[in-house]
Design a protein around this ligand. Structure first.
Ligand SMILES: CC(C)(COP(=O)(O)OP(=O)(O)OC[C@H]1O[C@@H](n2cnc3c(N)ncnc32)[C@H](O)[C@@H]1OP(=O)(O)O)[C@@H](O)C(=O)NCCC(=O)NCCS
Length: 163
C-alpha cells in the first residue's frame, strides 16, 4: 500500500489534464469523473477550460518514480467547505491506496488554502468504489446536488490532521 505523503502532490498543468483525460476515454467515464458540465467529445484544451475556475486549485499526484498517477482539485464551496473535485487515479494504479493518499493530501491542501469549516464533495450514486473510499475517510451523505443526480457528501475537519 502507498503511504500518504503530501509532498507527492504538486500543482497540475494542462499536460496533466491531458493524461487524466486519456484515463476516461468514454463519455460516461468522463461524466463520472469530471462532472456533467464537462463537454464531450473532450479535448485536453476543452477539459482544462471546463474544469478551471477562480476558486479551484488543481493538483497532480506524482510519487517519485511512478509518473502521474492521480489528479484532483480543491475548491472553496459556499465560503465554508474545502470541496474535493475531479478525483481520479490512473486505471493502472488503482487498488493500491493511491486514491486514499490523494484524498488525504487534497484535504490537507484545503485546510492550508481556505478558511474552511468542513469538507464536501459530490459523487454519482452509481460510483460505489468512490463512495466506499469517501465513507472510509469520514464523509457522510448530506443530500443531493440541486441540479444533477449527485450525492453531496461532507466530512468534519478532524477527518484530516495537518502534516
Ligand atoms: C475512486 C478511485 C479514485 C479510487 O482510487 P484507488 O486508488 O483505487 O483507491 P484506493 O486503492 O486508495 O482504495 C481506497 C478505498 O476505495 C474503495 N475501493 C477502491 N477500489 C475498490 C474496489 N475495486 N472495490 C471496492 N472498493 C474499492 C475501498 O473502500 C478502498 O479502501 P480499502 O482498500 O481499505 O478497502 C478510482 O477508482 C478512480 O479513479 N475512479 C475513476 C474516477 C472516479 O470515479 N472518481 C471519483 C469521482 S467523484
Amino acid at each position: 500500500m502507498h503511504s500518504p505523503d503530501a509532498s507527492i502532490l504538486r500543482h497540475a498543468t494542462p499536460a496533466d489534464a491531458a493524461i487524466a483525460l486519456s484515463w476516461t476515454p468514454a463519455a460516461e467515464s468522463l461524466r463520472r469523473w469530471a462532472g456533467p458540465g464537462t463537454r464531450w467529445p473532450a479535448t485536453p484544451e476543452s477539459l482544462w477550460a471546463d474544469i478551471s475556475s477562480p476558486d479551484a486549485t488543481t493538483f497532480a499526484l506524482e510519487p517519485s518514480g511512478l509518473g502521474l498517477v492521480g489528479f484532483g482539485q480543491v475548491r472553496f464551496r459556499a465560503q465554508a467547505y474545502g470541496h474535493l473535485a475531479r478525483i481520479i487515479v490512473s486505471p493502472n494504479h488503482r487498488g493500491l491506496g493511491l486514491g486514499r493518499s490523494l484524498c488525504t493530501a487534497l484535504m490537507r491542501e484545503a485546510v492550508r488554502l481556505h478558511p474552511i469549516k468542513a469538507f464536501s464533495l459530490y459523487v454519482f450514486p452509481d460510483n460505489p468504489h468512490a463512495i466506499a473510499l469517501y465513507r472510509s475517510l469520514g464523509f457522510v451523505e448530506r443530500g443531493r446536488h440541486e441540479k444533477f443526480d449527485c450525492l453531496l457528501m461532507e466530512a468534519p475537519l478532524p477527518a484530516v490532521t495537518p502534516s
